[in-house]
Each structure stands twice: as structure tokens, then as C-alpha cells.
Design a protein around this ligand. Structure first.
Ligand SMILES: [Zn+2]
Ligand SMILES: [Zn+2]
Length: 342
């Protein structure tokens, strides 16, 4: 198809062949939202390597580091000036180079983990005309650094300016409201998950898909640099989840956590490997097979694994042949009326 979508009857093995590795199927849902409720299992998940160890602790620590050591003083941000905004851009670019660049070097250049827990057997695309300089990694880096890091910084700079001018309803201090502070941090991945599902469905609306989202979907196989490789329109929409902090009492640290999770976290979740391992055991969860399926099959799995929106709204692909058949059936049903029209 002209916009890069697969044909209705694409077999499960195309376009990347059989998966090299995948987690046990069907993919398990997040127990936090199980029905009937399973509070102990849910608590275990919230304290697990996947949530506490790979999201809250590393991104919470990075947000604190950014706020205390890598952020121009708030008084300087009262007026929009190039000096402090460029300082923030340089910090964010440095963080992205460390995260996506580090993951790329580790997994793809030096292949330190070999093929262990790698979903798609293919490497990154080379000599492919759909990419800038015919190279997937250079192309992905260009969109990430030129548009992604710029729009990420613009959102953060807007918040710092608003905090400096006392324009936001509340400045949530950890020593005054520690529980509220921690609960807000805790809720961000779930809010971001909700926002991602609906914005992502919007991006699959054909006109927006063609204008913007098709660019991200050129990556039918993904690597760390693919995570934030998007069209500027998609960056604006995708990163707008941070605007929740205009309405809810927050601290700049929450804004950094939110943005870094949505940007550096995207580099992690697109790594193409399920986890970083040490002696065969996962020590940091990275790629999401759920989203890897979305990159290969397009019209399923619009959400991320933190909330089961796809299950609730009938767009789930749990990785099994039965789910694949259902995705193909839905695709055919959607295309049929258009094809039958005179
Ligand atoms: Zn993606
Ligand atoms: Zn998509």
C-alpha cells in the first residue's frame, strides 16, 4: 500500500520472518487491572523489576539528578532566553545520546548480548531508500535529535517558565506533601499509558497517519533510536501528555520524570531486546513485545503494557496465532465496505 500499511491478508511470518525470541504467549496482562481484583499480585507487580526496577527507580533517580544538578536555576527561567533553553536542550540531547546511543552501541554495534532475548532476527536497515542516507539508524537519529529533543525541550522550557512566573496552580513540595508527591510520581506511567493509547489511535486515523505517523512506522523492526523517531506533529501530540501537570499539583521533578519516561523510555522500549541480562537473567526490562507486534502488524496494540486498553477496546494482539487471525479478520472487515463501493 502507498502509505506503507500491510495488505489485509499478510501472513504472520511477514515481513521479518519468524520471531527469534518472544516472551511466553499469550502475553500476560498487567495484574493491576485484573478483574476480579488480585491485590497481592498487583502489589507484587508494582514492586517488580518491570515497574519499580525499570521505570520508577531509574527514571525517578534521573529526574532528581536533572532537577538538582542539570537544570538552570528557576529564577533564570522567568523570561524566555536562549541561554537557559539551550542549556536544557544540551542536557536532553546528552541524555538521549547516552540512552539511545548507549543501548545501540551495546546491543547492535558491539553485540554484547548476542541474540539473547532479541525479538526480530534482523539488524537495523541499511541501503534502504525509505530512510535518510539509506540508513535506518542515521535516519532515526536525525528525527530524534532534530525534532524529538527540540519539542521535548520546548515542553519542559514552557513548564520551567510557568513555574518561575508562578503561573501554575500549585508547587508540590516533597517535604510538605510527601505522600502526594510520591503518588503523583507513581501515577505518571499510568496516565502516560492512557494518553498514549488514545493519541496513538488518533495517529492511525488515515490523514494523520499519512502526514505524520507513517514516518515512525517505516521502522517495521525497531532499535533504540526508533523510539523517538517521529514526525514533529507526532512529537507534539505524543508528548502533550505532560500537560496534565498544568491541571494537577506537581513539582518540576514530576515534569522531568514524565518527559524522560516518554522520550528516553521510548528508546528503551524500542530496543528490540526484551531486557538487559546479566548471566542470563534480566536486570533491566527494555523492549516491549506488545509494541514490537504493533510495529509489524500496525492495526493492533496501540497501547503500552502498563494499561490494558487494547484488551478493553478490542484491539489486542497477544502474540498467538489466534490473535493474529483475529487481527486479519478485523482488517478485512474494515476494508470490505470500501472495496465493495461502486
Ligand atoms: Zn513505536
Ligand atoms: Zn502506530
Amino acid at each position: 500500500m502507498a502509505d506503507g500499511r500491510p495488505a489485509a491478508d499478510e501472513p504472520q511470518s511477514a515481513p521479518g520472518g519468524a520471531w527469534a525470541w518472544h516472551p511466553p504467549l499469550p502475553l500476560a496482562g498487567v495484574p493491576v487491572f485484573a478483574w476480579p481484583p488480585r491485590p497481592l499480585v498487583a502489589l507484587k507487580y508494582l514492586l517488580s523489576l518491570a515497574f519499580l526496577g525499570s521505570v520508577l527507580v531509574p527514571f525517578g533517580a534521573l529526574a532528581a539528578l536533572s532537577w538538582f544538578y542539570l537544570q538552570p536555576a528557576l529564577e533564570r527561567c522567568a523570561e524566555f532566553r536562549a541561554d537557559w533553553i539551550l542549556q536544557m536542550y544540551a542536557r536532553n540531547l546528552g541524555l538521549m545520546l547516552l540512552a539511545a546511543g548507549g543501548l545501540h552501541l551495546y546491543f547492535y554495534t558491539f553485540r554484547r548480548q548476542g541474540a539473547e532475548r532479541k525479538f526480530d532476527p534482523r539488524g537495523m536497515g541499511t541501503n534502504d531508500r525509505k530512510f535518510f542516507a539509506r540508513n535506518q539508524v542515521w535516519d532515526n537519529m536525525l528525527w530524534t535529535c532534530a525534532s524529538g529533543v527540540t519539542i521535548w525541550t520546548a515542553y519542559e522550557a514552557g513548564f520551567m517558565w510557568a513555574y518561575a512566573n508562578d503561573l501554575l496552580p500549585f508547587y508540590l513540595r516533597v517535604n510538605e506533601h510527601p505522600v502526594w508527591f510520591a503518588a503523583t510520581l507513581f501515577m505518571i506511567p499510568f496516565w502516560a499509558s492512557l494518553h498514549f493509547y488514545f493519541v496513538h489511535r488518533l495517529l492511525h486515523w488515515r490523514p494523520l497517519y499519512r502526514i505524520a505517523h507513517a514516518l515512525h512506522h517505516r521502522n517495521d523492526n525497531t532499535g533504540p533510536w526508533s523510539g523517538l523517531s517521529m514526525h514533529p506533529v507526532e512529537h507534539l501530540l505524543y508528548l502533550s501528555s505532560v500537560l496534565i501537570h498544568v491541571a494537577f499539583a506537581s513539582h518540576p521533578l514530576h515534569v522531568f520524570f514524565h518527559m524522560q519516561w516518554n522520550t528516553l523510555g521510548a528508546a528503551m522500549t524500542h530496543t528490540g531486546f526484551e531486557s538487559l541480562t546479566f548471566r542470563g537473567r534480566p536486570i533491566l526490562m527494555l523492549g516491549s513485545f506488545h509494541h514490537q507486534l504493533h510495529h509489524r502488524y500496525y492495526d493492533c496494540n496501540y497501547g503500552n503494557p502498563h494499561m490494558p486498553w487494547d484488551r478493553w477496546l478490542g484491539t489486542d494482539h497477544d502474540g498467538t496465532p489466534r490473535a493474529m487471525a483475529e487481527v486479519v479478520r478485523r482488517r478485512r472487515a474494515r476494508l470490505r465496505p470500501a472495496a465493495g463501493r461502486p
